[in-house]
Design a protein around this ligand. Sequence first.
Ligand SMILES: [Zn+2]
Length: 224
Amino acid sequence: MSTISDWVFGLAALFALPASAALVIVDTGHTPLHPGATGASGRVEYLYNLDLSTQVAKDLQAKGLKVFRTAADGVEIPLKDRSTAAPADFFVSIHHDSMQQQYIDAGRQREFHGYSIFVSELSPHYEESLKCARAIGEKMLANGESPSLYHAEPIKGENRPLVDARLGIHRFDDLMVLKTAKAPAVLVEAGVIVNPDEEARLAMPATISRTAQAIADGIVACKP
Ligand SMILES: [Zn+2]
């Protein structure tokens, strides 16, 4: 039997999510079969991406946004299909970083740490993407994280133009998940798992929780 209060609560639940709530695709970088980088401990990047993206998705939903997840189910999905898997208002791809093999070979793993954020100028929504990248960068800084500027190093395979050194924002125009996006899109490298000290910190639930909150807060702040 339903009562007036059931009806009121039902109505409240119905209107908790406004019909106009933005939809965000939260992409878990890589897949179990092609798991990306390997951390210093041997744990693969996909698992770090899965932990962090799961928390980002929860935080966005808690803030009233709709979320569509890609690659979280472990099924192979081509890069070009990720950002177009749903009619989204925003796309964020979650990754963890490696470094050039020459640095690993030289035993320089501990020299590289920090997050970085990428945008593509080939995206039809470059300015809005950059606005959201800046918002996420501000939240990451406020959260005590520091940007890695390693991708801007003038070496083969890096050389990514720095858009904003303070916030750790780089341009990477040819990144498939960004240039194929039909909505503003950013890719976040949350930290460097090849660095054993940073890997241990990134694996901590408190770090995952704080980083996810910073990413979600940044997305909400830029109003996709
Ligand atoms: Zn990756």
